[in-house]
Design a protein. Sequence first.
Length: 533
Amino acid sequence: MPPAAAKPPTSLRAFLLRAVLALGAGALAAGVHPPFGVLPGLVGYPLLMILAERSGTVRGAFWVGWLAGFAYFLVGCWWVAEAFLVNPAQAWMAPFAASLLPMGLGLFWGTATALYRRLAPSGLERVLVFAALFCALEWLRGHVLTGFPWNPAGAGWRAGSAPSQFAAVAGVYGLSLVTVAATAAFGPLFGPGPRAGRLVTAGLGAATIAALFVGGTLRLIQAEPRSTGVMVRVVQADVDQQSKWSPEAYRSIVERYVNLTSRPGARVPDVVIWPEGALPNLANRVLADGAWEGQAISRALQPGQVLLAGLSRGEPDPSTPTGGRYHNSLIALRRLPGPDAGMRIEDVYDKYRLVPFGEFLPLGELMSRLGVRSLVHVPSDFSPGPRPRSLTLAGLPEVQPLICYESLFPGFVGRSGGATWIANVSNDAWFGRTSGPLQHLNLASYRAIETGLPVVRATPTGVSAVIDPWGRIVGDKRLDPGESGVIDAALPAPLGVTPHARVGDLPLLAGLLACLAAGLLPARRRRDAVSSA
């Protein structure tokens, strides 16, 4: 009989022990991600599987999963509270953000463990069922209600490491499936059943993990970094969010970006990149005729040089209460020849996937009546732009912008278009010197591995870096929170189209179906044999 048939606990002591173990399982799994990087924390997944099996009811298994998920996302996402502390008038929302987000995300884990307990698979195949259900719900977490794919299990491997390279084949969700299945394979060691079978299952799990390391190492050994010949400059001005909107600080902020842009280097950069929301003003004003800011930016650029600047912008729309719509944008500006020629807007990308509560309010009217508003500093919520598209800039490789939150989503960047690199601008200054910016860097780096495209990442105060197509930081040069400066680097050349870029989540779907079939069909045959005997 499988462990799932165990009787439900009746004592308060047993209940509390199970709750503590569930919280511990989630916290251990969260400790794998930056800034901790404690790989033994992967033991949290087999522990969660065992706890779900030994829950007496489906409801009990749900609560085990929910508690583990709550702990996982509390450890992994507590930094969201930092954004609400920037504005003292919104500080009352910080504890709600830090607790309600993990509570909501924990529902996905709870649903996975409840389904697992409901199916009650037996035998050693149950490892595959657990991994498939868990990762299917993780995929849903990244898609339901706009999705929040923060720290999927596969991203526990540091981007650029050997195991992370499997994301080029199956994406970070496929890597999650392999990771959870391999680690959960150690769970049966602590259960009933023939000892030989349990050892074989654990051995297969260990072999799978070893294969991730060996396969990834071979891929990295064969890596041959090449340059496009294009020089990029990433500008990080170390502007913290709290003082950013002070009128007294405005001129200083503009001057910081302008001075860093014009800083002499070994070679004049072809492209300069400013982060999301670089200046606390609308692009309409910054780039207006005669505006001193625009003139200062133009003087800082060399003729022909391109600036990709993260700025918010407005456009008239009489149908809205404020008379206009606002976008979080990346604007491509080119310095024209001649001492007084100024700049030309070559292209504009408007952010497509907006941050709930940060850039728009779900159920906006209701939330407004409750005294809740988004964190944006424009008269109304941001409006989404069209679906992600690349920018074509004369004389430069085609670039796919990803603004902040968008870099979390696998599949936003395809290889059907002409983009050969990704410009990821983000405003992680909202989260100060917490774990958030470090995790965001890791997640954004997975987009490089999945697509085979380099990522150039710019933030106001960390972490900024140039990332090669294998997810590694070029030259180990990065600007962390609290650092000001520039990164000048040759833009890496893209790889050929990766399997994941070519077929997307098809390997994941095939893996999920294969795991469920391999885990459930033998159990069904055993039940049929028993009933017919």
